[in-house]
Design a protein around this ligand. Structure first.
Ligand code: C5P
Length: 303
């Protein structure tokens, strides 16, 4: 059998429908109860044979994506190759549709996508649990990018339990100008909670039930992000975006992960279109995107 010319993997973005954050741990990370939901905005990572590891990127935000070894896609190829004692000679092309540095795990998606694409290209057939271990090494959100659907992440957010989802949810995402650094947002969370007894993070039973039954109204009432105050403190203009979306008819609004992308849960596809139009017209965001959830995890596309 000859090696395939190239392997393309499609990977979803995520929104955190609940992000409960505990106190800073000695290692600097925070224990989380992180309820991830994959949404239908995707990056595609294509791996093709090359003489050395190189990355290219296309898409509206391509100029904001690092093309060196700091890119999680490059690190994924290196870690996988190292596990198998081979050289990471691959070209990775990222077709980027997920907002960059937006709290939607776009970088993590590219890490998970590159891992799966290289595994297929190199014919390694690495066991799923080893792939998940490598994902956790790459970053706290990377394992979820591989599995998709919905999951509760504990620990740093990397220890996942799949969650049942009983129906489709409709979303609008408002993309802000510029990014927000995840460590900076966690740092601001620490500053804002200084002297406060931060409780152990736990998943909300009401929220898990809303996911299980596909109940949009119940989910709207249960959305929660403990990083929201920190993101708003670093980027106060996000408050106007949240208000614009709710005034346009969204059932609920929250900051997505560490931001600055904001997420709006809406009743149906029609409401998504009208809220997206209103958000774009409001001048409080760069652009607005509609999406549905849940979405499948990293998937090899047919050649
Ligand atoms: O794991 P990842 O590399 O994505 O984390 C990026 C940064 O986000 C960490 O360096 C840390 O500052 C912060 N973080 C955290 N607690 C977590 C996950 C991330 O403090 N559970």
């Amino acid at each position: 059998m000859t090696a395939p010319a190239g392997v393309t993997v499609r990977v979803p973005a995520k929104v955190n429908v609940q992000l409960a954050v505990g106190a800073a741990r000695p290692d600097g990370f925070h224990d989380l109860a992180n309820v991830f939901l994959a949404v239908s905005l995707y990056d595609e990572v294509t791996a093709t044979p090359a003489d050395e590891l190189t990355i290219t990127c296309e898409g509206p935000d391509a100029d904001k994506v690092p093309l060196d070894r700091t890119n999680l896609a490059a690190r994924a190829a290196e870690l996988l190759a190292a596990r198998h004692g081979i050289s990471p000679d691959v070209h990775l092309h990222i077709a980027k549709d997920i907002p960059v540095a937006g709290g939607m795990a776009g970088g993590s998606a590219d890490g998970a996508g590159a891992l799966l694409a290289c595994d297929a290209l190199w014919g390694l057939d690495t066991p799923r649990d080893v792939l998940l271990e490598i994902c956790a090494e790459l970053g706290s959100d990377v394992p979820f990018s591989l599995v998709g659907g919905a999951a509760l992440g504990i620990g740093r957010g990397e220890r996942l339990t799949a969650l049942p989802v009983g129906g489709a949810f409709h979303w609008v995402f408002a993309v802000a100008d510029g990014g927000l650094s995840t460590p900076a947002v966690y740092g601001e969370f620490d500053r804002l909670t200084e002297g406060v007894d931060v409780p152990e993070p736990t998943a909300s039973p009401v929220l898990l039930e809303a996911l299980r039954t596909g109940d949009t109204n119940a989910l709207a009432g249960a959305l929660a992000n403990d990083l929201q105050a920190a993101a708003l403190s670093l980027r106060p203009s996000l408050a106007a975006t949240l208000t614009a979306g709710t005034e346009a008819g969204a059932l609920a609004a929250l900051v997505s992960g560490s931001g600055p992308t904001t997420a709006f849960l809406v009743k149906d596809a029609e409401a998504a279109e009208s809220v997206a139009t209103a958000l774009t017209a409001s001048g409080t965001c760069r652009t607005a995107r509609v999406a549905t959830s849940p979405a499948p995890g990293a998937t090899v596309l047919p050649a």
